[in-house]
Design a protein around this ligand. Structure first.
Ligand code: HEM
Length: 393
């Protein structure tokens, strides 16, 4: 997790993968022993075997342990949404959010993404040197999520602060913000319950399963928080890492400008080459098992490096080469299995619109520092530069 290792993370994983498909590590957050899977095959096994590798460790507790555990404060309920659940609860929540994530609603955001990208580029039109991350990559995804949910764009600054706290590791602050978001959402949810509009929040408030069940108020809070957290920084990083790949591969950028229809495979290649997310969410072994030749004990944590799996030479030819024409099918930047990203169509669309506008408007843009000097965030989750200094027009 050190900044030095993060800045050459692909080389680190290449070495580790050569030494073996799975490694014993320490969970940097809890300090507990854990496993890290680095191959495409191992990643698929863990993410698809939802009986063997579960998300909610509390189901492994004995009745006594469960009774002895302190009750969660009410705001904590808003922090354990869809991503933290296993079937059957996950199946129900997922069906409800999937219903609201209609292709029409997502596609409706294409023109909006383009317009927002243009406005952000207008705002820096006079500048020859700027941070592409702060000026362009960062604001777009959160504005789009607000639009998707039907929340006012003027609340951007507030959501930005909340989102930052919610992805952070400061638990008391997270709980405080979860409480603030709940209080913010309640009157909005009440309004949507009385008078639905065309947004995703109305969809979530009114969605019903085939048994007529709906999301409870706690589940609605948690769902909005999951969408905000899962959809924001990951998409920022798709735009930033995609721009970086294009800036450091001018021949690929020229190909894209000559044939914008290549944007579709190019986005897949960006997701494969330098995906926005490194580790999947942690999984717990539900029973002692064998994985990639290692003996995993019941309850042990297993992480999957999506970045390493997406450069597995057994699956991708010359994996360290960035080639927008390669049709990078089979990358797992959005995960696989039942937890695979619900927002993938939206993320692809935002990335494509943003990067096309940027390439057209600033075809002469270049990195203002050597590529090796780009500082990456020391995060196991988000794989993104901290800043992206660029210059030129
Ligand atoms: C390029 C941008 C994105 C990337 C790379 C990405 C990646 C992922 C990955 C890897 C997972 C699965 C994690 C795991 O299994 O441990 C996931 C789940 C999820 N993503 Fe995304 N995501 C992106 C954008 C979005 C957007 C824009 C939204 C919504 C607005 C979103 C909403 C979700 C949700 C709700 C889940 C949980 C699904 C479940 O547990 O069933 N994501 N995402």
């Amino acid at each position: 997790m050190s900044p030095a290792a993060r800045s050459k993370i692909h080389a680190v994983y290449r070495e580790m993968r050569r030494a073996g498909p799975i490694h014993r590590v320490t969970d940097p957050f809890s300090g507990a022993p854990a496993w890290l899977v680095l191959t495409h095959e191992g990643a698929n096994r863990v993410l698809r075997d939802t009986d063997g590798f579960i998300r909610d460790a509390s189901s492994l507790m004995s009745d006594e342990q469960r009774t002895a555990a302190p009750p969660l404060p009410p705001a904590a309920l808003a922090l354990v949404g869809l991503t933290h659940k296993d079937p059957p609860e996950h199946t129900r929540l997922r069906a409800l959010v999937q219903k609201s994530f209609t292709p029409r609603r997502v596609d409706g955001l294409r023109a909006r993404s383009r317009l927002l990208a243009r406005r952000l580029l207008d705002a820096i039109d006079g500048e020859d040197e700027f941070d592409l991350l702060a000026a362009f990559a960062f604001p777009l995804p959160i504005l789009i999520i607000l639009e998707l949910l039907g929340l006012p764009g003027e609340d951007y600054a507030r959501f930005r602060g909340w989102s930052e706290a919610l992805v952070g590791d400061d638990i008391p602050r997270k709980l405080e913000v979860a409480g603030i978001v709940r209080a913010y959402l309640d009157p909005v949810i009440d309004r949507r319950a009385r008078t639905p509009s065309d947004d995703l929040l109305s969809g979530l408030v009114h969605a019903r399963t085939s048994d007529g069940e709906r999301l409870s108020r706690d589940e609605l809070h948690a769902m909005v928080i999951v969408l905000l957290v899962a959809g924001h920084e990951s998409t920022v990083s798709l735009i930033a890492n995609g721009a970086l790949a294009l800036l450091t591969h001018p021949e690929q950028r020229a190909r894209l400008l000559a044939d914008p229809a290549l944007m579709r495979p190019a986005i897949e290649e960006m997701l494969r080459f330098d995906g926005p997310i490194d580790f999947s969410f942690v999984r717990y072994a539900s029973a002692a098992t064998e994985l990639c030749g290692a003996s995993i004990e019941r309850g042990q944590r297993v992480f999957v490096s999506l970045l390493a799996a997406n450069r597995d030479p057994d699956v991708f030819d010359a994996p360290d080469r960035f080639d927008i024409g390669r049709q990078a099918r089979g990358h797992i930047a959005f995960g696989v299995g039942i937890h695979a990203c619900v927002g993938a169509p939206l993320a692809r669309l935002e990335g494509a619109e943003a990067l096309l506008e940027l390439s057209r408007r600033r075809p002469g843009l270049e990195l203002a520092i050597p590529a090796e000097a780009v500082a990456w965030r020391p995060s196991r989750l988000i794989h993104s530069p901290r800043v992206l200094p660029v210059r030129g027009r």
